[in-house]
Write a protein that binds this ligand. Structure first.
Ligand code: HEM
Length: 478
């Protein structure tokens, strides 16, 4: 395949350059992949798809929501693989992550992990998550004696790591007690948004063939050993002392009683909470608090709902009362609409596939995809298309109050179809509990250090704000 592949296939697209294709700006740090794709998306209004090149690799950028529906749901049997390469021999932990595995192995791992996320399980974890929010608020109160200005993500990374440590590993993360706790150290080995490690992630998530060639791995040997050790020791301790905690580690351990699941499998399921859960959730929560800081009327409206719910529920929150808050849910969804933390979904076509758009909004161009073709679903670009969301740069939770108007294939914050994010419930639960307590007890305003509008970090594969999300915090006297 070469740089006139899409032209030969009759698919329009921007002119590519040798070696870099259409992605040159990533390598010079000017724009991230999601911004490059969003720009191309905007320029090709009326086209159902666009042919682009990730370096020298042809990739189909999908614009038509009907085709997105076919890819993630209707024709899932043809598009069941994510476009990422991880060798299990080189990276035994991430190589077992549901996002990375394919075929029958994916089905098996996905079904093993599904039992961790039932609503009963989430309800059981509510007190654990609430306890960690209390720790966070004590930390804030203490810090506020010297400064009222905080970088939101730094606080929420600590919260989400304490949550992962408590729910998935059965240990105290101590992220609010120590400046650099063991759990924090371990997490930093998964995600580094600076230097050579960030280049590694750009390659793994954008250039699978190069990742294969360089034998790159997500989880370092150190972390692999540490996680295996914690899981082994905790499971042994619980077994010897007959302890049943009903947390995620217990759910996964129970699977091993009925299925052929090794200690390495259990550890990799636990590692999924580090690779997929804490960073996505802390980024999402920091964007949400930041949006509320920028929009005081919305913040106040949300506070009213939270206070009413708190009073109605005997001066407390419960799993159900948090789920029942409609405006909180609308704020949560609108935040992920505006800042889709996972901004792109890379898929692979595994068989020859033909498609002609029937939606009159798009030109009826015939598409034939060959097996092995890479596909990008540009969630950020779709979430900012004024055809689907009027004034897309504004933060308007109300658009999610009458949800029936929203086509679910134009709202892709958690993906869709059988590969949709497995941790949606856990993410919703931990973020909403945190936000409910924070908005009840504190008022947030934007600190002048913050950049408005947010500029995203071009070197990171998740949506992250360059320079941080700075807010001022004031305690509300009850
Ligand atoms: C706000 C936080 C989160 C966001 C925005 C998010 C978003 C996403 C998205 C967009 C996908 C791809 C879905 C697709 O291909 O259709 C995904 C997959 C996944 N997410 Fe999340 N996620 C979040 C939190 C979590 C949490 C808390 C977990 C818990 C472990 C998790 C575990 C996973 C896994 C395992 C997959 C791969 C699923 C598969 O391919 O079968 N995520 N997530």
């Amino acid at each position: 395949r070469n740089l006139n592949y899409w032209e030969r296939m009759g698919i329009p697209g921007p002119k590519p350059y040798p070696i870099i294709g259409n992605m040159g700006d990533i390598f010079i740090g000017k724009r991230g992949a999601e911004e490059i794709y969003a720009d191309i998306y905007r320029k090709y209004e009326g086209y159902p798809f666009v042919g682009v090149y990730k370096a020298g690799i042809p990739v189909l950028l999908v614009r038509d929501p009907d085709l997105i529906k076919n890819i993630v749901q209707k024709d899932f049997n043809i598009f069941h693989e994510n476009d990422i390469f991880v060798d299990k021999q080189i990276d035994p932990i991430f190589g077992r992550n549901p996002f990375a595995v394919k075929g029958a192995e994916w089905k098996n791992i996905r079904s093993q992990m599904t039992s961790c996320f039932t609503s009963g399980k989430m309800k059981g974890l509510f007190p654990v998550l609430e306890k960690n929010v209390e720790r966070m608020m004590s930390y804030l109160d203490n810090q506020m004696k010297t400064s009222t200005c905080f970088e939101a993500k730094e606080i929420f990374v600590r919260l989400m790591l304490d949550n992962v440590a408590a729910c998935a590993l059965g240990i105290q993360g101590k992220c609010f007690d120590e400046p650099y706790s063991e759990v924090r150290k371990m997490a930093d080995h998964f995600f580094f948004s600076k230097g050579i490690t960030s280049l590694k992630f750009i390659i793994i998530f954008n250039l699978p063939p190069l990742s294969k060639f360089l034998r790159l791995k997500v989880v370092s040997r150190d972390v692999e050993d540490k996680l295996l050790d914690i899981v082994k020791t905790t499971l042994q301790y619980r077994k010897e002392n007959n302890i049943v905690i009903n947390d995620i580690l217990d759910s996964i351990a129970q699977i091993s009683a009925t299925q052929n699941v090794t200690e390495l499998d259990i550890t990799s399921h636990i590692a999924t909470f580090f690779t997929n859960a804490f960073e996505t959730s802390s980024l999402t929560m920091s964007f949400l608090i930041y949006e509320l800081a920028q929009n005081p009327k919305i913040q106040e409206k949300l506070r009213q709902e939270i206070n009413e719910s708190y009073e109605k529920n005997n001066k407390s929150f419960s799993y159900e009362s948090i789920q029942d808050m409609e405006y909180l849910d609308a704020c949560f969804r609108e935040n992920l609409r505006k800042h889709a933390t996972v901004p792109l979904m890379p898929k692979i076509c595994t068989e020859t596939y033909k498609y002609v758009p029937t939606n009159p909004d798009f030109k009826p161009i015939e598409l034939t995809l060959e097996p092995g073709t890479s596909i990008i679903i540009p969630s950020t670009a779709i979430h900012h298309d004024p055809k689907y969301y009027e004034n897309p740069d504004d933060f308007v939770p109300e658009r999610f109050l009458g949800k029936e108007n929203i086509n679910k294939f134009t709202y892709l914050a958690f993906g869709g179809g059988p590969r949709m994010c497995i941790g949606t419930r856990f993410a919703l639960s931990q973020i909403k509990i945190g936000v409910a307590h924070l908005i009840k007890n504190y008022e947030f305003t934007v600190n002048p250090k913050a950049k408005i509008p947010v500029k995203y970090d071009p070197f990171y594969f998740l949506l992250t704000a360059s320079g941080g999300l700075w807010v001022d915090v004031r305690k509300i006297n009850q």
